[in-house]
Design a protein around this ligand. Structure first.
Ligand SMILES: O=C(O)CCC(=O)C(=O)O
Ligand SMILES: [Fe+2]
Length: 368
């Protein structure tokens, strides 16, 4: 069976008004889209080096990684099952749903970097490789990508008044000059898991269903390492191919870009922060028996009798921490019937929203 994708692939080589409208449409319909790499000022070699670095880091002994254990400031290493993302399961007793393999928790080991600031000591020699990548990713996600293009699209249709920020409403709130943000570059590693013959006893979820906390996420994936799924409006889980049709020969797979909670709040739900998860990919992909899938394997990922390893890199883009997540003063937004309308008591800043989500995911509030 051919795995097809329902998400649009948008080429940003030379964006026009119609590109920003396409992007706005995708953000409204799906909350997810692909952006072709060749359009972005990021080198394929930088992406490859970052994945090399990721492999080196995660291969280090646990005792070494423990030295950089993640804390409430959201920087550092998380062990598999440290993070619980599926809030639908939050009523389960804490100890049953944290640190236990299960659908709410993340089976990935991950490490978060502070951009342009303190890099963990385990990568001092990698600084020249990471920093340009992080800086470029940060620039293109905040300016060239969604916030900037959404500004352009909003300006095309229903202009945000000049005094309220005009056509720079979103991008200016992501400018570094406007203060600290929760933006973070995260390397993720889902180790290979062996599959018992009785498949019904296997929990197929590698990362529990969740929405992303920030404004925009950029996700880099590797050929032969599928598993990401997004939920459809009807509630079905749909696979997100690594290399959708037409991109198979690109230097690296297109970047998956998705809307996070903050853009959903800002737009009263006009833009969708869509639930997604990572699953153990179907057996036909794991065993490489499929010849029709884009993800039939490149020989790079480890195919054991179980699941392949999966490495991914996510850049979570956030606006300045003190940004109020209130509806954008645009007719497009104000005409909304308030589907995702927040009442005054619920209005939070970007920093507060991130704090609440992290405290839940890691149980920080209980620990401190
Ligand atoms: O590893 C992935 O592909 C997705 C991870 C993810 O959704 C997240 O960390 O928010
Ligand atoms: Fe996510």
């Amino acid at each position: 069976m051919q795995v097809t994708t329902h998400l649009p692939v948008i080429d940003l080589s030379s964006p026009t008004d119609s590109t920003s409208n396409d992007l706005l449409h995708a953000a409204r319909e799906f909350g997810f889209l692909y952006v072709r790499f060749k359009a972005l000022p990021i080198d394929a070699e930088d992406v490859d080096s970052l994945f090399d670095l990721s492999r080196t880091f995660f291969a280090a002994p646990v005792a070494e990684k423990e030295k950089y254990k993640i804390g409430p400031e959201d920087r550092g290493w998380s062990a598999p099952y440290d993070e619980a993302l599926d809030e639908a399961l939050e009523n389960e007793p804490r100890l049953q749903y944290r640190r236990v393999q299960g659908s709410s928790t993340t089976a990935a080991s991950s490490v978060n970097f502070v951009l342009a600031k303190r890099l963990p000591r385990f990568v001092p020699t990698q600084k020249p490789r990471i920093m340009p990548f992080a800086a470029r990713t940060s620039r293109c996600s905040a300016k060239g990508l969604l916030p900037g293009l959404i500004d352009a699209a909003m300006a095309n249709s229903k202009q945000i008044p000049f005094e309220a920020g005009g056509k720079h409403f979103f991008s200016s709130r992501h400018a570094q000059a406007n203060g600290a943000t929760g933006s973070v570059l995260r390397l993720l590693y889902y180790p290979s898991q062996s599959l018992p013959t009785d498949k019904t006893s296997v929990e197929p979820i590698r990362c529990g269903a969740h929405t992303d906390f920030g404004s925009v996420t950029l996700l880099f994936q590797r050929p032969g390492q599928p598993g990401l799924e997004v939920i459809s409006p009807k509630g079905d889980w749909l696979p997100v191919m690594v290399s959708p049709p037409g991109t198979e020969n690109d230097a690296i797979p297109p970047i998956v870009v998705n809307i996070g909670d903050m853009l959903q709040f800002w737009t009263k739900g006009v833009l969708r922060s869509t639930k997604h998860r990572v699953v153990i990919p179907p057996t036909k992909l794991v065993n490489g028996t499929s010849t029709t899938s884009d993800d039939a394997g490149d020989g790079k990922s480890k195919h054991t009798s179980g699941t392949p390893d999966r490495y991914s890199v996510a850049y979570f883009c956030h606006p300045a921490a003190d940004t109020l997540l209130v509806g954008v003063p645009s007719r497009l937004i104000e005409e909304q019937k308030g589907k995702e309308h927040q009442n005054e008591a619920e209005i939070v800043t970007a920093g507060e929203h991130l704090r609440r989500k992290l405290d839940k995911a890691y149980g920080w509030a209980k620990k401190t």
